[in-house]
Design a protein around this ligand. Structure first.
Ligand code: NAD
Length: 483
């Protein structure tokens, strides 16, 4: 049955002002309608921002212990509802059961992590010598607009709403139009935990409402995760004084040196490239391999890729789900076809529809590996955000580093080697916010700073970084106090 998803404005779940709505269908079987949700526009954004602009101060004035408790209680709600949330996430986004289970577990843990920050966030007192006091007063920023993508519809919003609310801000949350239901579930949990209505609003819909939201002068901070193209459009649209955090795309390489354990390399590359159906910002999309081990590595990766079982995530034994949308599938297959036209060699996968009745109604793309990829081609330099891997050749570490850095992105970069010295050289010299040695480019500790370099991020503030993350969601006023 299709769920009814609504906007949240001033504590009430409402339709869009225009009455327009859209459907979200299960990407593994598009005959299944998952939800019907509002297609919001500027009028909805205006109402949502008005409500939070009027209501956030009450939340800011709430004791930090109480704010922390609300986040803890919301985590309890999510944990209690875990068994229901996992299949909803599979059905709405297309993840496998294992991937959905990981996300549903991580989200309450994030809320608990930020609950702690509500209590730890503090200012400083400075010496003066004349008996007066100089101190910094830490206050919330005000109204935070949080705009999120579909690939982690609970986890990424929890990394934004968690710290924003912990600091006492009000949030206008715009979940991805691909995953409205899971966005609503996160907010349901916060409301059930006692978050006051004035502290949160939810707007469903796409670019139209998001653009109106970021343009609203009453919005004090924008936190966005999504594509580089949209992030750059937001950057152009907001005034220079607006606090803005943009976490964007990647084109993440794994360098494989000649001394690498090739079975281990193939396993972690396959996981990084085809996990989440290739739809991870930190997904492996390039392999840069020493010529001596090129063929042996490609043979291993191809065997693993070809053995992956595609299917709807709830089916037992499925390793890889569909692409989240038809548009995503078309984009990915466009890259594959153009790579073929450009002369890259297809090792496994390709643009043809995968076979099987259970795949006939979903946006499935076969895990695909190319060798002989021109380092200047779009497949080697642009984000695909799908299960497509480009293999490039390098003669030594210097050449590998040059290739690794030869894109405008700088999110995650890996190296596989037995040589700790060369691994550290790689870590020092590669331009990436995350460096993985003998690990997949995907997967992060929940308390480790996370964010890209170059065009992958504004580098305003790292997510998951505890106290330094809270700096984004707070302002400091320096107070001079004489008796
Ligand atoms: P997207 O940029 O298309 O959309 C992201 C959000 O922005 C959605 O909520 C969308 O409705 C909204 N939006 C669309 N147009 C807008 C506009 N003009 N102004 C303001 N908001 C607008 O991204 P997506 O397809 O949802 O997600 C995939 C992308 O997200 C990939 O590029 C991936 O690398 C990136 N991503 C990055 C990270 C990270 O931490 N760096 C994490 C996950 C995903």
């Amino acid at each position: 049955m299709a769920a009814t998803v609504r906007n949240l404005v001033d504590g009430t779940w409402v339709e869009s002002v225009s009455g327009r709505s859209r459907e979200r269908r299960n990407p593994a079987d598009t005959r299944d309608v998952v939800s019907c949700f509002p297609e919001s526009d500027a009028k909805d954004a205006d109402a949502a921002v008005s409500a939070v602009a009027a209501g956030w101060q009450e939340w800011a004035d709430t004791a930090p212990e109480k704010r922390a408790q609300v986040l803890q209680d919301a985590a309890d709600v999510l944990e209690r509802e875990r068994a229901g949330l996992i299949p909803q996430l599979v059905r709405e986004e297309g993840k496998t059961l294992a991937e959905a289970t990981m996300e549903v577990s991580r989200t309450p843990a994030n809320l608990r992590f930020y609950a702690g920050e509500a209590l730890r966030t503090a200012g400083v007192t400075l010496p003066t010598g004349d008996g007066s006091l100089v101190f910094t007063l830490r206050a919330p920023v005000g109204v935070v607009a949080a705009i999120t993508p579909w690939n982690f519809p609970l986890n990424i919003p929890s990394r934004k709403l968690g710290p924003a609310l912990a600091a006492g801000n009000g949030v206008v949350f715009k979940p991805s139009e691909v995953t409205p239901l899971l966005g609503q579930r996160l907010v349901d949990a916060l409301l059930e935990a006692g978050l006051p209505a004035g502290a949160i609003a939810v707007l469903h819909g796409g670019a139209e409402v998001a653009q109106a939201l970021v343009a609203d002068e009453r919005v004090d901070a924008v936190t966005f995760t999504g594509s580089t193209a949209v992030g750059e459009a937001i950057h152009r649209a907001v005034p220079a004084s607006r606090r803005t955090q943009l976490e964007m795309g990647g084109k993440n390489p794994v360098v494989v040196l000649e001394d690498a354990d090739l079975d281990r390399a193939a396993a972690l590359i396959t996981k990084g490239a085809f996990g989440l159906s290739g739809q991870a910002c930190t997904g492996t999309s390039r392999v840069i391999v020493h010529a001596d081990v090129h063929d042996a590595l490609v043979e291993r990766i191809a065997a693993k890729a070809a053995a992956l079982r595609l299917g709807p995530g709830l089916e037992p034994g499925v390793d890889m789900g569909p692409q989240a949308t038809e548009r995503q599938k078309d984009t990915v297959l466009g890259f594959v076809r153009r790579a073929l036209d450009a002369g890259a060699q297809l090792v496994t996968g390709g643009p043809e529809e995968p076979e099987g009745d259970h795949l006939a109604h979903g946006h499935f793309v076969r895990p695909t590996v190319f060798t002989g990829v021109d380092p200047a081609s779009e497949l080697a330099t642009e984000e695909v955000f799908g299960p497509v891997l480009a293999v490039l050749l390098a003669g030594d570490l210097d050449e590998a580093l040059a290739l690794a850095d030869a894109t405008r992105f700088g999110l995650s970069a890996g190296i596989v080697t037995a040589d700790v010295g060369r691994a550290l050289t790689f870590a020092r010299r590669v331009t990436a916010g995350l460096v993985k040695v003998n690990q997949p480019t995907t997967g992060q500790a929940m308390n480790a700073p996370f964010g890209g370099l170059k065009n992958s991020s504004t580098q305003t503030s790292k997510e998951q970084a505890g106290e330094s993350m809270m700096a984004f969601y707070t302002v400091d006023k320096t107070v001079y106090l004489s008796a």
